[in-house]
Design a protein around this ligand. Structure first.
Ligand code: ATP
Ligand code: MG
Length: 572
Protein backbone atom coordinates (compact mmCIF):
# COMPACT_ATOMS: atom_id res chain seq x y z
CA UNK A 1 0.00 0.00 0.00
CA UNK A 2 1.12 3.55 -0.62
CA UNK A 3 3.33 4.92 2.10
CA UNK A 4 4.10 8.32 0.60
CA UNK A 5 2.13 11.17 2.08
CA UNK A 6 1.60 14.78 1.15
CA UNK A 7 1.37 16.74 4.36
CA UNK A 8 -1.86 18.69 4.89
CA UNK A 9 -1.33 22.21 3.59
CA UNK A 10 -4.27 23.81 5.33
CA UNK A 11 -4.67 24.41 9.02
CA UNK A 12 -7.37 27.06 9.27
CA UNK A 13 -10.22 25.01 7.78
CA UNK A 14 -13.88 24.34 8.58
CA UNK A 15 -12.89 20.83 9.64
CA UNK A 16 -9.93 21.12 11.98
CA UNK A 17 -9.71 17.63 13.40
CA UNK A 18 -11.12 14.75 11.39
CA UNK A 19 -10.99 12.23 14.24
CA UNK A 20 -12.59 14.47 16.83
CA UNK A 21 -15.36 15.58 14.49
CA UNK A 22 -16.17 11.97 13.58
CA UNK A 23 -16.52 11.11 17.26
CA UNK A 24 -18.91 13.93 18.12
CA UNK A 25 -20.79 14.18 14.81
CA UNK A 26 -24.54 13.56 14.53
CA UNK A 27 -26.94 14.31 11.70
CA UNK A 28 -29.51 15.57 14.20
CA UNK A 29 -27.06 18.31 15.22
CA UNK A 30 -26.77 19.32 11.56
CA UNK A 31 -30.57 19.54 11.35
CA UNK A 32 -30.49 22.23 14.03
CA UNK A 33 -28.64 24.51 11.62
CA UNK A 34 -31.81 24.75 9.54
CA UNK A 35 -34.99 26.67 10.19
CA UNK A 36 -37.12 23.55 9.73
CA UNK A 37 -35.60 21.38 12.41
CA UNK A 38 -38.64 21.84 14.63
CA UNK A 39 -41.37 21.47 12.00
CA UNK A 40 -39.89 18.88 9.64
CA UNK A 41 -41.50 20.85 6.79
CA UNK A 42 -38.80 22.02 4.47
CA UNK A 43 -37.88 23.63 1.19
CA UNK A 44 -34.28 23.65 -0.02
CA UNK A 45 -34.68 27.01 -1.79
CA UNK A 46 -35.55 28.70 1.45
CA UNK A 47 -32.27 27.54 2.99
CA UNK A 48 -30.09 27.96 -0.11
CA UNK A 49 -31.39 31.28 -1.43
CA UNK A 50 -34.15 33.03 0.53
CA UNK A 51 -32.38 32.91 3.88
CA UNK A 52 -29.56 35.04 2.43
CA UNK A 53 -31.84 37.14 0.20
CA UNK A 54 -34.00 38.14 3.18
CA UNK A 55 -30.99 39.28 5.18
CA UNK A 56 -30.19 42.94 4.33
CA UNK A 57 -26.53 42.39 5.19
CA UNK A 58 -26.14 39.50 2.78
CA UNK A 59 -28.74 39.87 0.04
CA UNK A 60 -26.39 41.78 -2.28
CA UNK A 61 -23.67 39.11 -2.20
CA UNK A 62 -22.94 37.31 -5.44
CA UNK A 63 -24.53 33.89 -5.77
CA UNK A 64 -23.93 33.07 -9.46
CA UNK A 65 -21.24 34.19 -11.90
CA UNK A 66 -21.87 33.06 -15.46
CA UNK A 67 -19.46 33.59 -18.31
CA UNK A 68 -19.83 32.84 -21.99
CA UNK A 69 -18.06 34.27 -25.02
CA UNK A 70 -16.38 36.93 -22.92
CA UNK A 71 -19.64 38.22 -21.42
CA UNK A 72 -20.05 37.90 -17.66
CA UNK A 73 -23.45 37.94 -15.93
CA UNK A 74 -23.59 37.95 -12.14
CA UNK A 75 -26.61 37.44 -9.90
CA UNK A 76 -26.93 38.27 -6.22
CA UNK A 77 -28.89 36.14 -3.76
CA UNK A 78 -31.69 38.73 -3.89
CA UNK A 79 -31.78 38.60 -7.68
CA UNK A 80 -31.86 34.81 -7.70
CA UNK A 81 -34.75 34.90 -5.25
CA UNK A 82 -36.74 37.33 -7.40
CA UNK A 83 -36.08 35.59 -10.70
CA UNK A 84 -36.77 32.12 -9.36
CA UNK A 85 -40.04 33.36 -7.79
CA UNK A 86 -41.05 34.77 -11.19
CA UNK A 87 -40.21 31.48 -12.85
CA UNK A 88 -42.14 29.56 -10.18
CA UNK A 89 -45.19 31.75 -10.85
CA UNK A 90 -44.81 31.05 -14.53
CA UNK A 91 -44.70 27.29 -13.99
CA UNK A 92 -47.75 27.59 -11.77
CA UNK A 93 -49.56 29.53 -14.49
CA UNK A 94 -48.85 26.68 -16.91
CA UNK A 95 -50.36 24.14 -14.56
CA UNK A 96 -47.28 22.57 -12.96
CA UNK A 97 -47.95 20.75 -9.71
CA UNK A 98 -45.86 19.14 -6.99
CA UNK A 99 -44.53 15.83 -8.31
CA UNK A 100 -44.51 16.85 -12.01
CA UNK A 101 -41.23 16.59 -13.92
CA UNK A 102 -39.52 19.27 -15.97
CA UNK A 103 -36.60 18.49 -18.30
CA UNK A 104 -33.80 21.02 -18.63
CA UNK A 105 -32.34 20.31 -22.05
CA UNK A 106 -29.81 23.12 -22.35
CA UNK A 107 -26.09 23.77 -22.30
CA UNK A 108 -24.83 25.54 -19.14
CA UNK A 109 -26.68 28.86 -18.82
CA UNK A 110 -28.24 30.93 -16.00
CA UNK A 111 -31.77 29.91 -17.05
CA UNK A 112 -30.97 26.30 -16.11
CA UNK A 113 -30.28 27.44 -12.53
CA UNK A 114 -33.33 29.75 -12.39
CA UNK A 115 -35.64 26.92 -13.33
CA UNK A 116 -33.99 24.46 -10.92
CA UNK A 117 -34.80 26.85 -8.10
CA UNK A 118 -38.29 27.57 -9.43
CA UNK A 119 -39.07 23.85 -9.60
CA UNK A 120 -37.81 23.35 -6.06
CA UNK A 121 -40.12 26.14 -4.84
CA UNK A 122 -43.07 24.27 -6.31
CA UNK A 123 -42.02 20.70 -5.54
CA UNK A 124 -41.63 19.95 -9.27
CA UNK A 125 -38.76 17.52 -10.01
CA UNK A 126 -36.21 19.09 -12.30
CA UNK A 127 -34.18 16.83 -14.54
CA UNK A 128 -31.08 18.34 -16.17
CA UNK A 129 -29.95 16.60 -19.37
CA UNK A 130 -26.75 16.97 -21.39
CA UNK A 131 -27.49 19.12 -24.41
CA UNK A 132 -25.45 16.64 -26.46
CA UNK A 133 -27.82 13.69 -25.85
CA UNK A 134 -28.68 11.75 -28.97
CA UNK A 135 -32.22 11.32 -30.29
CA UNK A 136 -32.45 7.80 -28.85
CA UNK A 137 -31.15 8.84 -25.43
CA UNK A 138 -33.69 11.64 -25.28
CA UNK A 139 -36.44 9.29 -26.31
CA UNK A 140 -35.51 6.87 -23.50
CA UNK A 141 -35.52 9.55 -20.87
CA UNK A 142 -38.80 11.06 -22.09
CA UNK A 143 -40.48 7.67 -22.00
CA UNK A 144 -39.08 6.96 -18.55
CA UNK A 145 -39.76 10.28 -16.81
CA UNK A 146 -42.86 11.49 -18.71
CA UNK A 147 -42.18 15.17 -18.03
CA UNK A 148 -44.94 17.76 -18.21
CA UNK A 149 -42.57 20.28 -19.76
CA UNK A 150 -39.13 20.86 -21.26
CA UNK A 151 -36.97 23.95 -21.00
CA UNK A 152 -34.75 24.21 -24.03
CA UNK A 153 -33.30 26.41 -26.76
CA UNK A 154 -34.86 26.72 -30.25
CA UNK A 155 -31.84 25.05 -31.90
CA UNK A 156 -32.09 22.07 -29.56
CA UNK A 157 -35.87 21.81 -29.72
CA UNK A 158 -35.45 20.67 -33.34
CA UNK A 159 -33.81 17.47 -32.03
CA UNK A 160 -36.67 16.50 -29.71
CA UNK A 161 -38.24 13.15 -30.58
CA UNK A 162 -41.90 14.08 -31.20
CA UNK A 163 -43.16 10.49 -30.92
CA UNK A 164 -42.01 10.21 -27.29
CA UNK A 165 -43.45 13.56 -26.25
CA UNK A 166 -47.13 12.75 -25.96
CA UNK A 167 -47.31 13.77 -22.31
CA UNK A 168 -45.27 16.96 -22.79
CA UNK A 169 -47.67 19.90 -22.59
CA UNK A 170 -45.21 22.80 -22.82
CA UNK A 171 -41.87 23.44 -24.43
CA UNK A 172 -40.35 26.53 -22.86
CA UNK A 173 -37.80 28.30 -25.02
CA UNK A 174 -35.08 30.51 -23.59
CA UNK A 175 -34.85 32.51 -26.82
CA UNK A 176 -37.16 33.43 -29.67
CA UNK A 177 -37.20 31.04 -32.62
CA UNK A 178 -37.59 32.26 -36.16
CA UNK A 179 -39.98 32.41 -37.91
CA UNK A 180 -42.45 31.76 -35.06
CA UNK A 181 -43.70 29.48 -32.31
CA UNK A 182 -45.39 26.12 -32.79
CA UNK A 183 -48.38 25.10 -30.66
CA UNK A 184 -47.22 24.15 -27.15
CA UNK A 185 -44.10 26.33 -27.38
CA UNK A 186 -43.73 29.18 -24.91
CA UNK A 187 -41.17 31.95 -25.18
CA UNK A 188 -39.89 32.69 -21.70
CA UNK A 189 -37.73 35.75 -22.12
CA UNK A 190 -40.35 38.46 -21.63
CA UNK A 191 -43.02 36.36 -19.96
CA UNK A 192 -40.98 35.62 -16.87
CA UNK A 193 -40.14 39.33 -16.41
CA UNK A 194 -43.86 40.11 -16.20
CA UNK A 195 -44.53 37.59 -13.46
CA UNK A 196 -44.78 38.69 -9.82
CA UNK A 197 -41.47 38.42 -7.96
CA UNK A 198 -43.14 37.06 -4.82
CA UNK A 199 -43.98 33.46 -4.28
CA UNK A 200 -45.14 32.17 -0.91
CA UNK A 201 -42.81 29.44 0.24
CA UNK A 202 -44.21 25.95 0.01
CA UNK A 203 -43.22 23.60 2.79
CA UNK A 204 -42.87 19.92 2.18
CA UNK A 205 -42.03 16.78 4.12
CA UNK A 206 -38.25 16.21 3.87
CA UNK A 207 -38.51 13.25 1.52
CA UNK A 208 -40.36 15.25 -1.16
CA UNK A 209 -38.54 14.67 -4.47
CA UNK A 210 -36.28 17.51 -5.58
CA UNK A 211 -34.60 16.24 -8.72
CA UNK A 212 -34.29 13.29 -11.07
CA UNK A 213 -30.89 12.61 -12.59
CA UNK A 214 -29.71 9.87 -14.88
CA UNK A 215 -26.44 8.14 -13.92
CA UNK A 216 -23.44 8.37 -16.24
CA UNK A 217 -23.92 4.93 -17.83
CA UNK A 218 -20.35 3.73 -17.19
CA UNK A 219 -21.27 0.18 -16.17
CA UNK A 220 -24.65 -0.31 -17.78
CA UNK A 221 -27.72 1.55 -18.95
CA UNK A 222 -28.27 4.81 -17.01
CA UNK A 223 -30.68 4.75 -14.06
CA UNK A 224 -33.07 7.58 -13.12
CA UNK A 225 -32.04 8.49 -9.58
CA UNK A 226 -34.46 10.51 -7.43
CA UNK A 227 -33.26 12.86 -4.68
CA UNK A 228 -35.24 14.76 -2.06
CA UNK A 229 -35.21 18.15 -0.34
CA UNK A 230 -33.66 16.74 2.86
CA UNK A 231 -30.44 16.07 0.91
CA UNK A 232 -29.50 19.57 2.01
CA UNK A 233 -28.08 18.17 5.27
CA UNK A 234 -25.43 16.26 3.34
CA UNK A 235 -24.87 19.11 0.88
CA UNK A 236 -24.10 21.51 3.68
CA UNK A 237 -21.81 19.21 5.66
CA UNK A 238 -19.73 18.20 2.63
CA UNK A 239 -19.59 21.68 1.12
CA UNK A 240 -18.16 22.85 4.44
CA UNK A 241 -15.95 19.94 5.46
CA UNK A 242 -14.73 18.67 2.08
CA UNK A 243 -14.76 21.76 -0.15
CA UNK A 244 -14.10 24.03 2.82
CA UNK A 245 -16.64 26.64 1.67
CA UNK A 246 -17.39 29.79 3.63
CA UNK A 247 -19.58 32.80 2.84
CA UNK A 248 -16.75 34.62 1.06
CA UNK A 249 -15.72 31.61 -1.04
CA UNK A 250 -15.90 31.56 -4.82
CA UNK A 251 -16.37 27.97 -5.94
CA UNK A 252 -15.98 26.73 -9.47
CA UNK A 253 -17.41 23.26 -10.07
CA UNK A 254 -16.59 22.77 -13.72
CA UNK A 255 -19.35 20.23 -14.42
CA UNK A 256 -22.77 20.71 -15.98
CA UNK A 257 -25.89 20.15 -13.84
CA UNK A 258 -26.67 17.10 -16.01
CA UNK A 259 -23.98 15.32 -14.02
CA UNK A 260 -24.86 15.18 -10.34
CA UNK A 261 -21.66 17.02 -9.38
CA UNK A 262 -22.87 20.09 -11.28
CA UNK A 263 -26.28 20.08 -9.60
CA UNK A 264 -25.14 19.47 -6.03
CA UNK A 265 -21.83 21.36 -5.93
CA UNK A 266 -22.49 23.84 -8.75
CA UNK A 267 -25.68 25.09 -7.07
CA UNK A 268 -27.04 23.84 -3.75
CA UNK A 269 -23.75 23.12 -1.94
CA UNK A 270 -22.24 26.60 -2.41
CA UNK A 271 -25.56 28.40 -1.91
CA UNK A 272 -26.31 26.64 1.37
CA UNK A 273 -22.96 28.05 2.52
CA UNK A 274 -23.77 31.55 1.22
CA UNK A 275 -20.87 31.32 -1.26
CA UNK A 276 -20.65 32.25 -4.97
CA UNK A 277 -20.72 29.66 -7.76
CA UNK A 278 -18.92 30.17 -11.07
CA UNK A 279 -20.38 28.64 -14.25
CA UNK A 280 -18.34 28.62 -17.45
CA UNK A 281 -20.52 28.42 -20.57
CA UNK A 282 -17.66 28.00 -23.06
CA UNK A 283 -16.20 24.62 -23.99
CA UNK A 284 -12.97 23.35 -22.48
CA UNK A 285 -9.62 24.67 -23.51
CA UNK A 286 -6.67 24.71 -21.12
CA UNK A 287 -6.18 28.47 -21.50
CA UNK A 288 -9.87 29.15 -20.94
CA UNK A 289 -9.82 27.04 -17.77
CA UNK A 290 -6.76 28.78 -16.33
CA UNK A 291 -8.20 32.16 -17.30
CA UNK A 292 -11.48 31.36 -15.53
CA UNK A 293 -9.61 30.48 -12.33
CA UNK A 294 -7.64 33.70 -12.54
CA UNK A 295 -10.32 36.13 -13.76
CA UNK A 296 -13.03 35.14 -11.28
CA UNK A 297 -10.56 34.80 -8.42
CA UNK A 298 -11.78 31.29 -7.77
CA UNK A 299 -10.89 30.19 -4.25
CA UNK A 300 -12.11 26.58 -4.39
CA UNK A 301 -12.10 24.48 -7.54
CA UNK A 302 -13.99 21.17 -7.81
CA UNK A 303 -12.95 19.36 -10.97
CA UNK A 304 -12.28 15.91 -12.44
CA UNK A 305 -9.16 13.80 -13.10
CA UNK A 306 -10.14 13.93 -16.80
CA UNK A 307 -9.90 17.72 -16.81
CA UNK A 308 -6.57 17.62 -15.01
CA UNK A 309 -5.26 15.23 -17.66
CA UNK A 310 -6.26 17.64 -20.41
CA UNK A 311 -4.46 20.46 -18.62
CA UNK A 312 -1.35 18.30 -18.36
CA UNK A 313 -1.54 17.63 -22.10
CA UNK A 314 -1.40 21.38 -22.71
CA UNK A 315 1.98 21.52 -20.96
CA UNK A 316 3.62 23.30 -18.06
CA UNK A 317 4.44 26.54 -19.90
CA UNK A 318 0.80 27.50 -20.24
CA UNK A 319 0.06 26.94 -16.55
CA UNK A 320 2.95 29.24 -15.67
CA UNK A 321 1.35 32.22 -17.42
CA UNK A 322 -1.59 32.59 -15.00
CA UNK A 323 -2.05 33.86 -11.49
CA UNK A 324 -3.64 31.33 -9.15
CA UNK A 325 -3.01 33.26 -5.96
CA UNK A 326 -6.70 33.30 -4.98
CA UNK A 327 -7.00 29.54 -5.23
CA UNK A 328 -6.72 27.88 -1.82
CA UNK A 329 -8.25 24.43 -2.34
CA UNK A 330 -8.74 21.91 -5.18
CA UNK A 331 -10.88 18.76 -5.07
CA UNK A 332 -11.69 16.24 -7.78
CA UNK A 333 -14.20 13.45 -8.42
CA UNK A 334 -15.43 10.96 -11.00
CA UNK A 335 -12.61 8.59 -11.77
CA UNK A 336 -9.49 7.28 -10.13
CA UNK A 337 -6.90 10.02 -9.69
CA UNK A 338 -3.44 8.71 -10.51
CA UNK A 339 -0.70 10.07 -8.20
CA UNK A 340 1.02 11.65 -11.24
CA UNK A 341 -1.91 14.05 -11.58
CA UNK A 342 -1.54 15.16 -7.99
CA UNK A 343 2.19 15.77 -8.39
CA UNK A 344 1.74 17.74 -11.63
CA UNK A 345 -0.93 20.04 -10.20
CA UNK A 346 1.03 20.51 -7.00
CA UNK A 347 4.07 21.54 -9.01
CA UNK A 348 2.27 23.88 -11.39
CA UNK A 349 -0.61 25.32 -9.34
CA UNK A 350 1.15 25.04 -5.98
CA UNK A 351 -1.74 23.10 -4.45
CA UNK A 352 -2.51 19.38 -4.22
CA UNK A 353 -5.83 18.22 -5.66
CA UNK A 354 -7.88 16.28 -3.10
CA UNK A 355 -9.65 13.22 -4.47
CA UNK A 356 -13.27 12.61 -3.41
CA UNK A 357 -15.64 9.72 -4.07
CA UNK A 358 -19.41 9.57 -4.43
CA UNK A 359 -22.17 8.41 -6.75
CA UNK A 360 -25.34 9.90 -8.19
CA UNK A 361 -27.14 7.53 -5.83
CA UNK A 362 -25.37 8.73 -2.67
CA UNK A 363 -26.36 12.37 -3.33
CA UNK A 364 -23.29 13.79 -1.61
CA UNK A 365 -19.55 13.21 -1.29
CA UNK A 366 -19.05 10.14 0.92
CA UNK A 367 -15.28 9.62 0.97
CA UNK A 368 -12.79 12.42 0.77
CA UNK A 369 -9.35 13.75 1.30
CA UNK A 370 -10.10 16.60 3.67
CA UNK A 371 -8.07 19.82 3.55
CA UNK A 372 -6.89 19.24 7.12
CA UNK A 373 -5.68 15.71 6.42
CA UNK A 374 -2.49 14.34 4.83
CA UNK A 375 -3.06 13.03 1.32
CA UNK A 376 -1.92 9.56 0.39
CA UNK A 377 -1.63 9.84 -3.40
CA UNK A 378 -3.84 7.24 -5.08
CA UNK A 379 -6.32 7.15 -2.20
CA UNK A 380 -9.87 8.53 -2.14
CA UNK A 381 -9.40 9.40 1.51
CA UNK A 382 -11.68 8.57 4.41
CA UNK A 383 -15.45 8.56 5.05
CA UNK A 384 -17.15 11.92 5.60
CA UNK A 385 -18.17 12.36 9.27
CA UNK A 386 -21.63 10.79 9.58
CA UNK A 387 -20.85 8.12 6.97
CA UNK A 388 -19.89 4.59 7.98
CA UNK A 389 -18.03 2.82 5.19
CA UNK A 390 -16.81 -0.78 5.09
CA UNK A 391 -15.20 -3.23 2.71
CA UNK A 392 -17.38 -6.33 2.50
CA UNK A 393 -17.36 -9.73 0.79
CA UNK A 394 -20.15 -11.23 -1.36
CA UNK A 395 -21.93 -12.42 1.79
CA UNK A 396 -21.99 -8.94 3.29
CA UNK A 397 -19.28 -9.69 5.89
CA UNK A 398 -16.75 -6.91 6.62
CA UNK A 399 -13.24 -7.82 5.41
CA UNK A 400 -9.94 -7.13 7.18
CA UNK A 401 -7.70 -4.23 6.16
CA UNK A 402 -5.70 -4.56 2.94
CA UNK A 403 -8.20 -6.99 1.40
CA UNK A 404 -10.11 -6.04 -1.73
CA UNK A 405 -13.90 -6.10 -1.45
CA UNK A 406 -16.99 -4.10 -2.25
CA UNK A 407 -17.36 -0.64 -0.79
CA UNK A 408 -20.54 -0.56 1.32
CA UNK A 409 -22.11 2.33 3.21
CA UNK A 410 -24.24 1.90 6.32
CA UNK A 411 -27.76 3.18 5.67
CA UNK A 412 -28.75 6.32 7.51
CA UNK A 413 -27.13 9.30 5.79
CA UNK A 414 -29.67 11.91 4.70
CA UNK A 415 -28.73 12.49 1.05
CA UNK A 416 -29.21 8.97 -0.17
CA UNK A 417 -31.51 8.61 -3.19
CA UNK A 418 -35.14 7.93 -2.38
CA UNK A 419 -36.00 5.98 -5.54
CA UNK A 420 -35.01 4.79 -8.97
CA UNK A 421 -37.67 6.31 -11.18
CA UNK A 422 -40.17 3.68 -12.33
CA UNK A 423 -37.90 0.84 -11.20
CA UNK A 424 -38.55 -0.31 -7.63
CA UNK A 425 -36.78 -3.62 -8.29
CA UNK A 426 -33.55 -1.93 -9.33
CA UNK A 427 -33.80 0.34 -6.28
CA UNK A 428 -34.08 -2.66 -3.92
CA UNK A 429 -31.00 -4.26 -5.47
CA UNK A 430 -28.79 -1.57 -3.93
CA UNK A 431 -29.41 -2.79 -0.39
CA UNK A 432 -28.11 -5.82 1.48
CA UNK A 433 -30.14 -7.56 4.19
CA UNK A 434 -27.51 -6.38 6.72
CA UNK A 435 -28.41 -2.73 6.12
CA UNK A 436 -25.63 -1.81 3.71
CA UNK A 437 -25.90 0.30 0.59
CA UNK A 438 -23.90 -1.59 -2.04
CA UNK A 439 -21.87 0.70 -4.24
CA UNK A 440 -20.68 -1.76 -6.90
CA UNK A 441 -17.15 -0.36 -6.49
CA UNK A 442 -14.19 -2.47 -5.37
CA UNK A 443 -11.82 -0.94 -2.86
CA UNK A 444 -9.06 -1.65 -0.38
CA UNK A 445 -8.76 0.05 3.00
CA UNK A 446 -5.32 0.46 4.57
CA UNK A 447 -4.35 0.34 8.25
CA UNK A 448 -4.81 4.12 8.57
CA UNK A 449 -8.38 3.99 7.28
CA UNK A 450 -7.66 5.38 3.79
CA UNK A 451 -9.68 3.83 0.94
CA UNK A 452 -8.21 2.97 -2.50
CA UNK A 453 -10.41 2.50 -5.55
CA UNK A 454 -9.70 -0.67 -7.52
CA UNK A 455 -12.45 -0.57 -10.17
CA UNK A 456 -16.10 -1.49 -10.53
CA UNK A 457 -17.29 -5.02 -9.76
CA UNK A 458 -18.16 -5.43 -13.44
CA UNK A 459 -14.64 -4.43 -14.46
CA UNK A 460 -12.84 -6.98 -12.24
CA UNK A 461 -10.24 -9.03 -13.98
CA UNK A 462 -9.00 -12.54 -13.31
CA UNK A 463 -5.22 -12.46 -13.18
CA UNK A 464 -3.77 -15.90 -12.46
CA UNK A 465 -5.65 -17.15 -9.42
CA UNK A 466 -6.71 -13.80 -8.06
CA UNK A 467 -9.17 -11.09 -8.99
CA UNK A 468 -7.78 -7.61 -9.48
CA UNK A 469 -9.23 -4.26 -10.44
CA UNK A 470 -8.17 -2.69 -13.75
CA UNK A 471 -6.86 0.31 -11.86
CA UNK A 472 -3.93 -1.67 -10.46
CA UNK A 473 -2.58 -2.16 -13.99
CA UNK A 474 -3.66 1.27 -15.22
CA UNK A 475 -1.72 2.86 -12.38
CA UNK A 476 1.44 1.09 -13.55
CA UNK A 477 0.78 2.22 -17.12
CA UNK A 478 0.33 5.83 -16.03
CA UNK A 479 3.81 5.81 -14.58
CA UNK A 480 5.26 5.45 -18.09
CA UNK A 481 5.89 8.92 -19.57
CA UNK A 482 4.37 8.01 -22.97
CA UNK A 483 0.98 7.01 -21.56
CA UNK A 484 -1.74 9.65 -21.67
CA UNK A 485 -4.87 7.70 -20.79
CA UNK A 486 -5.24 4.00 -20.09
CA UNK A 487 -8.10 1.51 -19.75
CA UNK A 488 -7.53 -2.18 -19.05
CA UNK A 489 -10.04 -4.95 -19.74
CA UNK A 490 -10.14 -8.70 -19.66
CA UNK A 491 -10.90 -9.93 -23.13
CA UNK A 492 -11.13 -13.58 -22.18
CA UNK A 493 -14.32 -15.17 -23.42
CA UNK A 494 -14.04 -18.32 -21.29
CA UNK A 495 -14.17 -18.53 -17.48
CA UNK A 496 -10.77 -19.14 -15.92
CA UNK A 497 -8.87 -17.80 -18.94
CA UNK A 498 -6.68 -14.77 -18.33
CA UNK A 499 -6.21 -12.36 -21.22
CA UNK A 500 -5.57 -8.77 -20.21
CA UNK A 501 -5.51 -6.02 -22.76
CA UNK A 502 -4.77 -2.32 -22.29
CA UNK A 503 -5.94 0.55 -24.46
CA UNK A 504 -3.84 3.65 -24.24
CA UNK A 505 -3.45 7.08 -25.76
CA UNK A 506 0.00 8.63 -26.02
CA UNK A 507 1.17 11.88 -24.52
CA UNK A 508 2.39 14.79 -26.65
CA UNK A 509 5.83 14.00 -28.11
CA UNK A 510 5.24 10.22 -28.35
CA UNK A 511 3.93 8.32 -31.37
CA UNK A 512 2.47 4.85 -31.38
CA UNK A 513 4.91 2.23 -32.67
CA UNK A 514 5.63 -1.46 -32.21
CA UNK A 515 8.78 -0.52 -30.33
CA UNK A 516 6.94 1.73 -27.87
CA UNK A 517 4.34 -0.97 -27.43
CA UNK A 518 7.03 -3.52 -26.44
CA UNK A 519 8.69 -1.00 -24.18
CA UNK A 520 5.48 -0.18 -22.30
CA UNK A 521 4.67 -3.86 -21.88
CA UNK A 522 8.12 -4.50 -20.45
CA UNK A 523 7.73 -1.49 -18.15
CA UNK A 524 4.40 -2.76 -16.80
CA UNK A 525 5.84 -6.23 -16.30
CA UNK A 526 8.70 -4.80 -14.27
CA UNK A 527 6.29 -2.77 -12.14
CA UNK A 528 3.66 -5.38 -11.35
CA UNK A 529 3.68 -8.77 -9.65
CA UNK A 530 4.55 -11.68 -11.94
CA UNK A 531 1.06 -13.24 -11.93
CA UNK A 532 -0.41 -10.20 -13.67
CA UNK A 533 0.45 -10.58 -17.33
CA UNK A 534 -0.66 -7.83 -19.64
CA UNK A 535 -0.89 -9.62 -22.97
CA UNK A 536 -1.70 -6.81 -25.39
CA UNK A 537 -1.58 -3.07 -25.67
CA UNK A 538 -3.48 -1.18 -28.34
CA UNK A 539 -2.99 2.48 -29.13
CA UNK A 540 -6.14 4.55 -29.55
CA UNK A 541 -6.65 8.13 -30.65
CA UNK A 542 -9.22 8.50 -27.91
CA UNK A 543 -10.68 6.25 -25.21
CA UNK A 544 -14.50 6.10 -25.27
CA UNK A 545 -16.03 8.06 -22.40
CA UNK A 546 -19.35 9.00 -20.86
CA UNK A 547 -20.54 12.60 -21.18
CA UNK A 548 -19.23 13.27 -17.69
CA UNK A 549 -15.78 12.13 -18.91
CA UNK A 550 -15.52 8.63 -17.37
CA UNK A 551 -13.77 5.77 -19.15
CA UNK A 552 -16.21 3.38 -20.82
CA UNK A 553 -14.37 0.07 -20.33
CA UNK A 554 -17.55 -1.86 -21.09
CA UNK A 555 -17.56 -0.42 -24.62
CA UNK A 556 -13.95 -1.51 -25.17
CA UNK A 557 -14.80 -4.98 -23.88
CA UNK A 558 -17.87 -5.29 -26.11
CA UNK A 559 -15.85 -4.18 -29.15
CA UNK A 560 -13.11 -6.68 -28.38
CA UNK A 561 -15.49 -9.59 -27.97
CA UNK A 562 -17.48 -8.62 -31.06
CA UNK A 563 -20.58 -7.95 -28.99
CA UNK A 564 -23.09 -5.30 -30.01
CA UNK A 565 -22.06 -1.89 -28.66
CA UNK A 566 -25.11 0.03 -29.92
CA UNK A 567 -25.66 3.36 -28.23
CA UNK A 568 -23.94 2.74 -24.88
CA UNK A 569 -25.80 5.46 -23.05
CA UNK A 570 -29.28 4.28 -23.99
CA UNK A 571 -31.37 3.09 -21.07
CA UNK A 572 -32.35 -0.29 -22.50
P1 ATP B 1 -23.61 4.07 -14.06
O1 ATP B 1 -24.07 3.94 -12.65
O2 ATP B 1 -24.70 4.48 -14.98
O3 ATP B 1 -22.82 2.91 -14.55
P2 ATP B 1 -21.59 5.87 -13.05
O4 ATP B 1 -21.54 4.94 -11.91
O5 ATP B 1 -20.31 6.26 -13.69
O6 ATP B 1 -22.58 5.32 -14.16
P3 ATP B 1 -21.97 8.25 -11.52
O7 ATP B 1 -22.98 8.15 -10.46
O8 ATP B 1 -21.78 9.53 -12.22
O9 ATP B 1 -22.34 7.20 -12.63
O10 ATP B 1 -20.56 7.86 -10.96
C1 ATP B 1 -20.33 7.18 -9.76
C2 ATP B 1 -19.15 6.28 -9.94
O11 ATP B 1 -17.99 7.03 -10.34
C3 ATP B 1 -18.71 5.55 -8.70
O12 ATP B 1 -19.49 4.39 -8.48
C4 ATP B 1 -17.24 5.24 -9.01
O13 ATP B 1 -17.12 4.03 -9.74
C5 ATP B 1 -16.81 6.40 -9.87
N1 ATP B 1 -16.05 7.34 -9.05
C6 ATP B 1 -16.49 8.46 -8.46
N2 ATP B 1 -15.50 9.07 -7.79
C7 ATP B 1 -14.40 8.30 -7.94
C8 ATP B 1 -13.04 8.38 -7.48
N3 ATP B 1 -12.64 9.39 -6.74
N4 ATP B 1 -12.19 7.39 -7.83
C9 ATP B 1 -12.60 6.36 -8.60
N5 ATP B 1 -13.86 6.23 -9.06
C10 ATP B 1 -14.74 7.18 -8.74
MG1 MG C 1 -23.01 3.90 -10.92
Amino acid sequence: MIKAKIRAQHTDTNLRSYEQTCKSFSWSDVKKMFTWHGTGKINIVHEAIDRWADDPARQGRTALIFEKAGEVRTYSYLELKKISCQWANLLLKYGFKTGDRLFIFLPSCPEAYFVMLACARLGVLFCPLFSTLSFDELEDRLENAEPRGILTHPDLSEDLPCEAMKGVEHIFLTQGPLPGLFPGEVLLQELSDKMPAQFSPRWFPGNTPLYLLYTSGSTGPPKGVVHAHHDMLGHLVTARFVLDLREESILWTDCEPAWVTGTVYGAFGPWLCGAASVVQGDPFSASNWYRTLEKHQVSVWYTTPGTIRRLIEAGEDLAGRYDFSHLRHISAVGDAMAPELIYWIKKNLKLSPHDTWWMTETGMICLANFPCMDIKPGSMGKPVPGIEAAVIDEKGKPLPDLTMGELALKLGWPSMMTDIWQDKKRYQEYFSPEGWFLTGDMVIKDEDGYFYHQGRIDDLIKAGVKLIGPYEIERALYRHPAVGEAAVISRSAKPGESFLKAFITTNKGFSPSARLNREIRAFVKANLSSDIALREIAFLEEIPKTRSGKLLRRVLRARELGLPVGDPLKMK
